[in-house]
Design a protein around this ligand. Structure first.
Ligand code: ADP
Ligand code: SF4
Length: 693
């Protein structure tokens, strides 16, 4: 079953008074559900327990009312009333012998307190440091505030114990936790015994750990999550200082949890960070303390994981995103099913659930955060319903996921693809700069489908209405995708842009098909996700003189939600791309584009030899509408249902397509798409219980 190379990953290891059953450690991660969706979040953690993780943590848990990060939705432990919700989560975590951990966060200089309206408290009085530059400052804590905060930590520790947790993680990484705020000279400019020397800056951490040990240390383990490198210049808590800190306080917590300095660095997307990217920053730290060490690095390869432990870099393999993409990763390693691991692609769509305060999704795992809401299990699916077969048309992420999940339900599936190769947009986009890991979306699914006897694949098969009617399949799933529009219609232009044809113009599909512009090129980005920035990089690499023009205030604006906007801007500057923000393109001209200021409408000409229009996409829905028009013939043709999914229904990110494919497969033959569709809610939710008065 298990390859002996991976035995090392299954050796139990002590953490303080407790023992983890293996080395798979799900570090804290957000999910966009938090306190608003407690049962959904708890069920998600329970699935990880089933999947074999040895240690499972909550997301950041706001441990006191004087520090919270509204609008972001995390967990709260402010009073006893919060205990039952958290107990539900800890119980789910412990169902298969995992240790249940809670991450206690006091956000200090990172908490604007919009909800509680309390004055933020921090080591030093400075403006609150958030993504949104909130117009709020923190008050510097005096000695009595520090005494209070120590007591609040003890209160939170006692409540964590009552809520059933085994481990407490003290959050001091990513710029988000008070321990880092005390440790860093940037955020701690105190002149008393809590500031100045590293010894003084560590005092608060030492005091809190000692207090908590007295309160709960006999039965609970304490871990400390610290930044590997704050990377904000000389004043920041550097990698050298973190090493000094750990050496000086070697046995302070029961485990050192090492994370990068900013969240952007720690959760770097695959476009900018390789697997195990933090290895150099972590190496050698383990030797500074007798306590075990956990570190992260988007680990999806059991070989890399085993190497990390064998070479003595880490004791535990910390995973957030890899555990989201495949909650059953440890089980699959244990059962020798390495090829079945659904590897994280590093797109950071999961993080957008937190950033947009919605609920998270995962490109690779469409069941993420639907475990309770929809009852979707990542590895189990109901047997098929009344009908027997499905024709899936189109092999992009929507069609591939539909075919995979339908085959697991036991349907006979035919997958027809117009092109010679399978994969749809993923097959093209994976060739763009930095996006090769995205190919895992199709690789995983094609491999899984290849293992199934009940899926027939038909490449080079562009189907029309008559052919579909002739084939005699009972269910037709139209997943024919979309194409980039060539007429500039998106947000600035809701009807075609003036001057089309005056200047050579290209769409993203042209570039992905190898038709490249030459000379001076304007990339006009009115899409605002990754494509505009990626194509600017592609054109610059091909030797074009590139100007990226966008009506937004940021390059690749929406990627602020995937934590990569800064890295994209940096990379484009380094590639020599001219960046023109807050500027639209009103018309194409023979000598370039007419640009306008997004605020004043002031016009100017940007000279160019060609333009790349990164606008919106048009659905390939002609086949679907053609079939709908022939509904009267369906019964004769043996057709029971025709549905359109993914980009063919409405273009969106790849995660939307895999979700649509999965949903189609789950819902086929369940009757939800009947005449009364939408009369009842399509998922479960929890709403606040009204107070008696
Ligand atoms: P999605 O993201 O929704 O999965 P994609 O654009 O990635 O969509 O994939 C759609 C796939 O459908 C493409 O590979 C395309 O070649 C294929 N396709 C489009 N129309 C037809 C058709 N009529 N018959 C068969 N395949 C089609
Ligand atoms: Fe990985 Fe993307 Fe899934 Fe997040 S959404 S876990 S980055 S595949």
């Amino acid at each position: 079953m298990r390859d002996p190379r991976y035995d090392i990953l299954f050796q139990p290891m002590a953490i303080g008074p407790l023992t983890a059953k293996n080395r798979f450690y799900q570090v804290p991660h957000c999910n966009g559900g938090g306190y608003r969706d407690p049962s959904a979040a708890a069920a998600m953690r329970g699935i990880k327990a089933e999947g074999g993780w040895g240690v499972i943590f909550t997301e950041q848990t706001e441990m006191h009312q004087t520090s919270e990060i509204t609008p972001f939705i995390e967990l709260r432990l402010w009073e006893d009333k919060d205990i039952p919700g958290l107990r539900k989560m800890s119980e789910a975590m412990k169902t298969h012998g995992a240790l249940a951990g809670i991450q206690l966060a006091y956000s200090g200089i990172n908490g604007p307190n919009f909800y509680t309206k309390e004055v933020p408290l921090a080591p030093t009085a400075l403006p609150i440091r958030t993504f949104t530059n909130d117009p709020v400052q923190a008050r510097a804590m005096d000695k009595s505030d520090i005494r209070n905060l120590r007591r609040w930590f003890v209160n939170a520790a006692k409540r964590s114990k009552l809520a059933g947790f085994d481990l407490i993680c003290l959050y001091g990484a990513h710029g988000f936790g008070i321990f880092q705020h005390f440790l860093s000279r940037a955020t701690n400019q105190r002149s008393d015994e809590y500031g100045g020397s590293l010894e003084n800056r560590s005092r608060f951490a030492r005091e809190v750990v000692a207090d908590m040990r007295d309160a709960v240390g006999d039965t609970m383990a304490l871990t400390m999550r610290v930044s590997l490198d704050e990377s904000i210049g000389d004043l920041g808590f550097s990698n050298a200082e973190v090493r000094e800190f750990i050496e000086m306080n070697a046995d302070l917590p029961d485990l050192w949890d090492l994370a990068q300095g900013t969240w952007e660095d720690c959760s770097g997307p695959s476009r900018f960070k390789e697997e195990a990217a933090q290895e150099v920053l972590v190496k050698g730290i383990r030797e500074l303390s007798s306590k075990p060490v956990v570190g992260v690095g988007r680990f999806t390869s059991p070989d890399v994981m085993a190497r990390m432990i064998r070479q003595g870099t880490l004791d535990f393999i910390g995973c957030a995103r890899p555990s989201i993409a495949d909650p059953f990763l440890p089980k699959k390693v244990e059962e020798g099913r390495i090829e079945d691991i659904r590897e994280c692609i590093g797109c950071n769509i999961c993080i957008t659930g937190d950033m947009t305060m919605s609920i998270s999704r995962c490109t690779q795992n469409p069941t993420f955060m639907e475990e309770w809401r929809k009852g979707w299990h990542p590895e189990k699916i109901a047997a098929r319903g009344e009908s027997e077969n499905v024709l899936v048309i189109g092999s992009g992420p929507a069609g591939l996921e539909a075919a995979r999940a339908l085959s697991l339900r036991g349907y006979d599936v035919a997958l027809a693809e117009a092109g010679d190769a399978f994969g749809g947009r993923v097959a093209r986009e994976r060739l763009l700069p930095g996006l090769s890991a995205w190919g895992r979306v199709m690789d995983y699914r094609l491999y899984q489908i290849g293992q199934r006897p009940n899926v027939q694949m038909y490449p080079g098969s562009e189907l029309g209405v008559e052919e579909v009617l002739d084939f005699g399949f009972q269910n037709i799933c139209v997943a024919t995708g979309s194409q980039w529009r060539a007429d500039g219609v998106a947000r600035q232009h809701v009807v075609p842009m003036p001057g089309l044809g005056a200047l050579p113009s290209f769409t993203p599909d042209d570039l992905m098909a190898g038709r490249m512009p030459k000379g001076r090129v304007v990339v006009y980005d009115d899409d605002h996700y990754y494509m505009g920035g990626v194509l600017a990089e592609l054109c610059a690499k091909a030797g074009c003189a590139v100007t990226l023009v966008t009506p937004a205030a940021f390059v690749s604006d929406w990627t602020r939600n995937t934590l990569e906007q800064g890295a994209i801007h940096r990379r484009l500057v380094e590639a020599g791309v001219q960046i023109v923000l807050n500027t639209g393109v009103t018309a194409l001209r023979a000598d370039g584009v007419e640009a306008n200021c997004a605020y004043t409408d002031a016009r100017r000409v940007i000279e160019a030899d060609a333009v790349v229009l990164v606008a919106s996409r048009a659905s390939n829905d002609a086949l679907y509408h053609g079939l709908k028009a022939r509904q009267a013939d369906w019964a004769d043709a043996g057709i029971r249902s025709v549905q359109i999914i993914g980009d063919a229904a409405a273009p969106g990110p790849i995660a939307w397509a895999t979700y649509a494919g999965h949903r189609y497969a789950r819902e086929l033959d369940t009757g939800v798409w009947g005449e009364d569709w939408g009369d009842t809610l399509s998922f479960r939710r929890e709403i606040t219980e009204l107070a008696a008065d």
